[in-house]
Ligand binder design. Structure first.
Ligand SMILES: [Zn+2]
Length: 252
């Protein structure tokens, strides 16, 4: 058994484990973290306690207890801070692609660029399933806090042509290649509109007010909160200005 990502709350991870136990008594040997964000790593200890090896990109060890604090910003509470500072560090890290054999089933772990600078995706070729982590969001705005939209679009471009593959996104329901096209269109529209706003010398709230209604009109079936679109516009503008801050790899 191999689990991909571990939720934020350990209670959710325990519920996942209970569901796994309804399906199979086989041992959970690995948990693969697609990236360091706490909503993907928060329940790692539950899986490690059950015997799993935590696998992640090599940058995750340096970021999981530190950069997750930034991720919460002004919403951090003492309880969440303590939980983040106690998150387990990955046991097995890589900056190369890996193949894991689960009996006769081949699982391919690939390093990709775009969401954080320490991203993995996981393919199960015989089942034609791709677990994308946060390289794909379905009908909800992606968190760009650590991302490069330029890299992200390049990574996702070949997925959009994989018509027979089922995609398991980091956020949202199971997806198709059409959903990948829709997600890429969202990022392309965001980049274009923020670019147009910047050319008109708009910034801050004025830029958000210029972009938000247009994004909602172009993507009416998406759930786009005020908070999410304001953050996306800010981060997209920083990327276009060349001032985007991204996590920096730390020494071991
Ligand atoms: Zn994420």
């Amino acid at each position: 058994m191999l689990v991909i990502d571990a939720f934020f709350y350990p209670e959710a991870t325990k519920a996942l484990m209970a569901e796994i136990r309804r399906l199979t008594p086989k041992p959970i040997r690995y948990v693969i973290n697609t990236h360091y964000h706490a909503d993907h790593t928060g329940g790692d200890q539950v899986l490690r306690d059950a015997g799993a090896v935590i696998v992640a990109h090599k940058n995750v060890r340096g970021w999981v207890r530190v950069n997750n604090i930034n991720l919460f910003g002004d919403r951090i509470t003492p309880e969440i801070r303590a939980r983040i500072e106690a998150l387990p560090l990955p046991d097995l890290v890589t900056d190369h692609d890996l193949t894991v054999w689960l009996g006769s089933r081949k699982v391919v772990v690939r390093t990709v660029l775009g969401h954080t600078g320490g991203d993995l995706i996981v393919a199960v070729p015989d089942a034609k399933v791709l677990f994308t982590g946060d390289m794909l969001w379905r009908k909800v705005p992606p968190n760009l806090i650590d991302g490069s939209v330029k890299e992200w679009l390049a990574t996702d471009a070949p997925f959009a042509a994989m018509a027979k593959t089922r995609f398991v996104p980091g956020h949202g329901e199971v997806a198709s290649a059409r959903d990948v096209q829709d997600f890429r269109a969202y990022l392309i529209d965001l980049r274009r509109l923020v670019g147009e706003g910047r050319q008109a010398k708009l910034e801050g709230d004025t830029l958000v007010k210029f972009v938000a209604p247009k994004m909602r009109a172009l993507h009416p079936d998406w759930t786009i909160s005020d908070r999410a679109i304001a953050a996306e516009v800010k981060y997209m503008a920083a990327e276009l200005a060349g001032t985007k801050q991204r996590p920096v790899p730390r020494p071991d």
